[in-house]
Design a protein around this ligand. Sequence first.
Ligand SMILES: [Zn+2]
Ligand SMILES: [Zn+2]
Length: 230
Amino acid sequence: MVYQARWIDRFLPSTCLLCGAAASIGLDACADCIADLPENGPACTACAMPLPEPGLCGACLRSPPRVSASYCAFRYTYPVRELLLRFKGGGDLATGRMLTELMARQLAARTCIEGKDWTLVPVPLARERLGVRGFNQAERIARVLGKRLGMQVASHLASRVRTTPDQKGLSAAERRRNLDGAFAVRPCAGKRLLLVDDVMTTGATANALAGAFLAAGAGELRLWCLARAV
Ligand SMILES: [Zn+2]
Ligand SMILES: [Zn+2]
């Protein structure tokens, strides 16, 4: 029966997770729904905030973030927001995988894609949150990207040592304070690390983790997220 199920997987098209129509080959989404997804487009190279053309936004010029570059595949608006809630809140791993496959295709099409000397590091979840959810969404994303782009994933380099209250509704300064001392990292002298997360809101989480890695000797940090809050 297992053999039969695999055979069916290979020869029958899967259905689109958004509309139920036949999906594109190798993806659980149809071409029309993919075309309707809000890609992030031109953005600040440091914080991925949408801009009329790529460059640095005013906020990053005034105060450069610790990550030297950020890339977000989509904007955190309909229907990406709803799809991510299905993935994170509802445990719908197929939806998370489909969005990450699309992100990997975007990244593979870019000429400036980071090479094999970069290591992917998923932003760790607090143990309590991991216990409730059963998986770390950032790790799922990093594993698919690593496989598709031929990059190493090193989840063991970072952990959350302190549970931080939910960041929702906090100002940027409050988010920074909330995350002080939240992460523990392993020595990583000279390493080029690519932090991976699901959603970038203010960038406070990635910057707190980047700060810990820089203190541990990392050479350079960048950030990849599925979606950017705009
Ligand atoms: Zn569709
Ligand atoms: Zn910026």
